[in-house]
Design a protein around this ligand. Structure first.
Ligand SMILES: C[S@@+](CC[C@H](N)C(=O)[O-])C[C@H]1O[C@@H](n2cnc3c(N)ncnc32)[C@H](O)[C@@H]1O
Length: 305
């Protein structure tokens, strides 16, 4: 299976899909959420599905999504949401619902040569879009110690981030990083705490840096607010505390810092009515079926008019 969809029923229900509307699945992946949305659209309206990964694009063809007249696939980073939708003649203020299910798919994690996983020895790549930007090996070979420390500590919450950053510099003075095996070797010599947890944290940190995941999320949230119609819904599933905080702040204030803004008359601006005061999390049953759902959090807002 390409990917086991997380919080499927809950997220689709919250999106409030009605036939005839315009919807966006910002992270197509294996198409689980897209399928659920299309079923409720009943052949009326349009679903624009984004994914920056070539493999996800191929997946639309294999699963015959492309034969559905209500479905359009956009092979792009979702940070360009507004520009891409405008190119499809969708104007700001017209979209009824936007869903994002962040991070990587199981297919990406389980495909050795993508370099996302410490379970296989492969080229240390980690780019979701193989045409775009530096690889994880480039990051380790080129960043200075301070930047590496920040990446390990902020994105991976690695406890000994400074030690690991300095060890990275020493490692690459001997030979450049090329494979996931090189990164595992580095980690193994510097592990603090549980081995698997440590490896996951370091690999996740690099993935987030390589794909500028927080930068893309910020751009996406701003575009989503502009593109939504009044009453339109934004639903975001996150897997990392920094992402969850960004989404929570944005739904509350319209900016990722969570700073209250006032309009000309001094009224506090509330871009969304928040439907999830606490984030929705997968049930125990879902987690036991799909352990990768463990850290998922869903937040949903309705755009105020
Ligand atoms: C967790 S999976 C989505 C799974 C999907 N909801 C399903 O049910 O199969 C995340 C997908 O989003 C894509 N993705 C992540 N960040 C992206 C971005 N900034 N722009 C476009 N696609 C992105 C990844 O390539 C991956 O295929």
């Amino acid at each position: 299976m390409y990917h086991e969809t997380v919080l499927l029923t809950e997220s689709i229900e919250y999106l409030g899909v009605t036939p005839g509307g315009i919807y966006v699945d910002a992270t197509f992946g294996g198409g689980g959420h897209s399928k659920g949305i299309l079923e409720l659209m009943d052949g009326k309206g349009r679903l624009y599905a984004f994914d920056q990964d070539e493999d996800a694009k191929r997946n639309t063809e294999q699963q015959e999504f492309s034969a559905d007249p209500s479905f359009s696939f956009i092979h792009s980073n979702f940070r360009h949401l507004k520009r891409q939708l405008r190119a499809e003649a969708v104007k700001p203020g017209r979209v009824n619902g936007i869903l994002a299910d962040l991070g990587v798919s199981s297919f990406q994690l389980d495909t050795a040569e993508r370099g996302f996983s410490y379970r296989f020895d492969a080229t240390l790549d980690m780019r979701m879009n193989k045409q775009d930007g530096p690889t994880a090996a480039d990051v380790l070979n080129e960043k200075d110690a301070e930047s590496l420390q920040r990446i390990f500590s902020e994105y991976g919450e690695v406890r000994n981030a400074k030690t690991l950053a300095l060890a990275t510099i020493r490692f690459r003075e001997q030979k450049p990083f090329r494979t996931t095996g090189d990164l595992v070797d580095l980690c193994v010599k510097n592990i603090s705490g549980d081995r698997m947890r440590y490896l996951s944290q370091v690999f996740q940190a690099l993935r987030m840096e390589v794909n500028d995941e927080l930068g893309a999320l910020e751009d996406f949230l701003k575009d989503a607010l502009e593109m939504l119609a009044p009453g339109g819904r934004l639903a975001v599933i996150t897997f990392h505390s920094l992402e969850d905080r960004m989404v929570k702040n944005f739904l509350k204030t319209g900016n990722i810092q969570g700073e209250q803004q006032k309009d000309f008359y001094g009224n506090i601006e509330r871009p969304f009515e928040v439907l999830t005061k606490k984030p929705l999390e997968p049930s125990e049953t879902e987690i036991s079926r799909n352990p990768r759902a463990r850290s998922a959090k869903l937040r949903v807002g309705v755009k105020n008019g």
